[in-house]
Design a protein around this ligand. Structure first.
Ligand code: FES
Length: 111
């Protein structure tokens, strides 16, 4: 069973999940990583679920078109859309304190 580690707000949350687990689906039914994973649409449209993959990225499939559209150059920094991932191996993720989209909006608003 894959072990998932999530770093968020200076804390670390770890649990085992079943094979081919989608963490946003799990959070939606109030199982780990609920309530610590931020998400919204569950469909690759909002980027609120974006996490940086710290370990285990080699087991993930290449980003799909939704991830490419939402994340752009952040893909190269290791970000993925958690709602688009079905976890089959151990993985370690970190979610920024501020949603990436809000951070980008703030950056452009200040420009
Ligand atoms: S929850 Fe909206 S993109 Fe993942």
């Amino acid at each position: 069973m894959p072990t998932v580690t999530l770093h968020k707000l200076g804390q670390t949350f770890t649990d085992e999940v079943g094979p081919r687990t989608n963490l946003v689906v799990r959070a939606g039914i109030r199982q780990f990583p609920y309530p610590n994973l931020r998400y919204e649409c569950g469909m690759g449209k909002c980027s609120k679920c974006a996490c940086r993959v710290i370990a285990g990225a080699e087991h993930l499939p290449p980003p799909n078109w939704k991830e490419k559209k939402q994340l752009g150059e952040r893909l190269e920094q290791g970000y993925r859309l958690t709602c688009q991932l079905w976890i089959e191996h151990d993985i370690e993720l970190a979610q920024d304190d501020v949603p990436a989209a809000a951070a980008l909006a703030g950056a452009s608003a200040g420009a």
